[in-house]
Design a protein around this ligand. Structure first.
Ligand SMILES: [Zn+2]
Length: 78
């Protein structure tokens, strides 16, 4: 996913130029690479379980809802 995004896959669908996206992707890649599942702890108060996460994808817009907009798709709900 990070490789696709870094190669600007589907960026033409955004409708704007994201000037900071490449840097955010680089930072996120560093976080993912530094993540060690062996030492990670599961905190139910900060991130939804896999059952709830499955509800966060909008089929029409093909996007995942972010946590501040957890009740629905940001495009469907303005
Ligand atoms: Zn939607």
């Amino acid at each position: 996913m990070l490789d696709l995004a870094s190669r600007r896959h589907r960026w033409d669908e955004l409708g704007y130029h994201p000037p900071f996206a490449q840097d955010y992707l680089r930072q996120y890649r560093e976080m993912v690479e530094a993540f060690d599942p062996a030492t990670a702890e599961h905190r139910r108060d900060t991130f939804p379980d896999s059952d709830a996460a499955a509800l966060a994808s909008c089929v029409q817009h093909r996007v995942l809802s972010s946590l501040p907009h957890w009740e629905g798709c940001v495009l469907c709900n303005d």
